[in-house]
Design a protein around this ligand. Structure first.
Ligand SMILES: [Zn+2]
Ligand SMILES: [Zn+2]
Length: 345
């Protein structure tokens, strides 16, 4: 079968033919992948950006964690899913035994592994994975839209960490797939949302078209001007999804006293920050990463309730055989979500 493999701890990945992997262990299933999205972390892992060195001991492996598919085989002890079921992958595999897992905080698991970053993932015709990480899909949810579950769950978690409530004024920085999902979820929960980007015409226009109340291109106005123009008062919440360190300082500067700034982007460089602004303004700075099982369930519900809306986030569709073209597109600002389809379909 075809698979996009990361073979060496350095830049690049290879699209290669590989044998079907070893037989299923207890608790595992084999899934025929039907749709798999290219995530920012796939781009970082492909380019071998500095914060992805953690993958080195796990190579070689097949990349890809945002996928849906059909169960093709199950180990004898598996009862959660059956052959033929449509599923989406929850990529976080927790150890179940560390202090965090034992205390019911699987998000803090020290032995946490991600399908597609620590073990073989979904940029392949088929993948072997734990049955516990396969979530059944409701009838009528198309598999391409279902492959948006993981990024939408990440967005939902960010909105939860930021404590967004109905009626809040929320600024979202960065109109990539995560920022767009954050804006959509915050808006759906009754917040008033301003989504800002930088030279991001296509994605901002799409966001506005998808119902985000206000968008701003920070190549034309400053963040402070955009906030003043739209809200006329300082926002309650700022959520940063750019990965550009100065965005955090800019967001903190426009936030109201006592407001919350949640950092979601993965930052390649450190930031120097005026903490007096944080302290005297009694502002809260929080980090949001990954997703939770509740977030996953909510993401599936939201996608199933309005698949037509979320399908618009998929701006490019390519066969897995053109994975490198897909990665090149995803690196350019114009693409929102690039979806790859194994089996040439
Ligand atoms: Zn992802
Ligand atoms: Zn654990």
């Amino acid at each position: 079968m075809l698979a996009l493999r990361k073979n060496i701890p350095g830049p690049g990945a290879e699209l290669v033919r590989v044998d079907l992997q070893e037989p299923l262990a207890l608790g595992e299933i084999r899934v025929d992948v039907r749709a798999v999205g290219i995530c920012g972390s796939d781009l970082h892992a492909h380019a071998w950006d500095p914060s992805y060195g953690f993958m080195a001991p796990f190579l070689p492996l097949t990349l890809g964690h945002e996928f849906s598919g059909i169960v093709a085989a199950v180990a004898p002890d598996v009862t959660e899913v059956s052959v033929g079921d449509s599923i989406v992958c929850w990529p976080t595999v927790t150890c179940g035994t560390c202090a965090a897992c034992s205390a019911g905080r699987p998000g803090g698991c020290e032995g946490r592994r991600i399908i597609g970053l620590h073990r073989d993932g979904g940029f392949a015709d088929s993948v072997r994975m734990p049955a516990a990480n396969a979530l059944p899909l409701p009838a009528g949810l198309p598999l391409d839209v279902a492959a948006l579950t993981e990024p939408l769950a990440v967005s939902i978690n960010a909105v939860n960490v930021a404590g967004v409530a109905a009626g809040d004024r929320v600024v979202v920085l960065g109109p990539g797939p995560i920022g767009m999902g954050i804006a959509l979820v915050a808006h759906a929960r009754g917040a008033d949302v301003l989504l800002a980007g930088f030279r991001d015409d296509a994605r901002l226009a799409l966001a506005h078209d998808m119902g985000i109340p206000a968008v701003a291109d920070l190549a034309q106005v400053t963040l402070a001007e955009a906030v003043q123009d739209y809200f006329n008062v300082a926002p309650d919440v700022v959520i940063e999804a750019t990965g550009r360190p100065p965005s955090v300082a800019e967001g903190l500067a426009v936030l109201r006293p006592g407001g919350v700034l949640a950092v979601v982007g993965i930052h390649a460089e450190p930031l120097s920050l005026d903490l007096n602004q944080l302290v005297r303004g009694k502002k809260q700075l929080r980090g949001a990463h990954d997703s939770t099982s509740q977030g996953f369930a909510e993401a599936i519900e939201r996608l199933a309730a309005d698949p037509g809306l979320y399908a618009r986030m998929i701006t490019h569709r390519l066969p897995l055989a053109q994975a490198e073209d897909g990665f090149a597109l995803a690196r350019k600002g114009a693409a929102l979500k690039v979806m790859l389809f194994p089996g040439g379909g």
